[in-house]
Design a protein around this ligand. Sequence first.
Ligand SMILES: NC(=O)c1ccc[n+]([C@@H]2O[C@H](COP(=O)([O-])OP(=O)(O)OC[C@H]3O[C@@H](n4cnc5c(N)ncnc54)[C@H](O)[C@@H]3O)[C@@H](O)[C@H]2O)c1
Length: 433
Amino acid sequence: MLDKNYNICILGLGYIGLPTATLFAKNGFNVIGVDINSEIVDKISLGISPIIEPGLSELIKFVVENNKFKATTDYKKAIKESNIIIVIVPTPIDENKKSDLNAVVSACEMISSELKKDDIIIIESTVPPGTCDNVIIPLLEKNGLNAGYDFKIAYTPERALPRNTLYEMTHNARVVGGIDSETNNIVAKIYQKITKGEIICVENLITAEMIKLMENTYRDVNIALANEITKVCEQLNIDAITAINAANYHPRVNIHSPGPGVGGHCLSIDPYFIIETVENTKNPAKLIKTAREINENMPLYVSNKVKTLFKKHNKLLKNSKISILGVAYKANVDDIRETPAIPLIIDLKNNGCNVVANDPYVSDEKIKSIGAIPVSIDEALKADCVILITDHDEYKTLNPKQFKNNMFVCARPILNPADFRKENVIFIGVGRI
Ligand SMILES: NC(=O)c1ccc[n+]([C@@H]2O[C@H](COP(=O)([O-])OP(=O)(O)OC[C@H]3O[C@@H](n4cnc5c(N)ncnc54)[C@H](O)[C@@H]3O)[C@@H](O)[C@H]2O)c1
């Protein structure tokens, strides 16, 4: 049981902050959500979800109508009225692949100006190891209050999977790393209110920061391994997909599927936070860096398959019409952050192609923002060459008869290569060309 009534302020109402805010509100807390984007705040205030996430619209409506949750841009009032402040703002990388902590810094400055004695600050944004100790705490202490004495601070990373966020947030185990054991106990009790999962308390903030990065790095490295194995198999004229499936019958082997690269706000970014932290040390995370390079080269690998097909058919890439099926970074989501579609589109356009794209989840506006013309699926299937890079459910039932005898590069193992005319297609990972 919590022995105190807590009001929660959440800074950042995006893919993670908004579901977190609504779950705390549903479980009895009074929650004020703050976002600097007034469009997002206006939508939420009307009970509308700004993102596609199953169950979220209903939950927002419920907690807004029951006055347990309100969204605002007025951070001063929100922080003043709360005793728990949770930071869930974006932490992208810049053009040099270094962490961009601008949003975290600005959120901490907002908190620092209103920080009160006994407040509990919780950081959920993914950050390089050491950020809480070296960047966040000094910012919060600017107005004279001391971390660990006057206010508490903990880092607790989020592990939820888009499209299953609400289920995962209420069932996944959660790591908490506080400034001291008293903080760990309180923060564990707070999160136990929203998750049935185990709460694992670790000894300090930096350990919790590192755990989040280790998880996503583990996945990035394993995807890189699958992509590397696939390239090796193709070179040896081995069907990589069949070989991977067979290898996975080994009780302790689980090789992932190859794909067009890795995107999203986590897997394609978080490993860089480890790399930048240790790059000039005696252990500069070589494997992690190489995995990033392999995955970042995959869009170009896909583009080269297109070039191979054009060459084979004696066709010119310049002025051809190429369509991309799926621009979201993964199946059934509307998120295009760091999507492999972006470098692919850039490379095709650099080669003089006219690029169109279809995505049942992503808005036309977003498709245009990454340089492609949005089209219907029927229109997309008429292009000179079709490239499938996202395994949306809608594409799993594509029928070869829908294609117009055009070229097809399939970068996700969701269709049966045997159904397609051999000379027109390349399936990544299928050694048949
Ligand atoms: N998306 C995921 O699946 C996921 C999973 C685990 C962890 N994370 C981490 O959670 C953090 C947030 O990710 P996200 O996907 O929710 O980002 P997002 O871009 O969807 O949402 C962040 C929101 O914060 C707002 N914002 C920016 N600066 C602000 C400020 N100073 N005050 C208030 N609001 C501010 C933005 O307007 C935006 O609406 C990141 O560090 C990310 O790495 C994300």
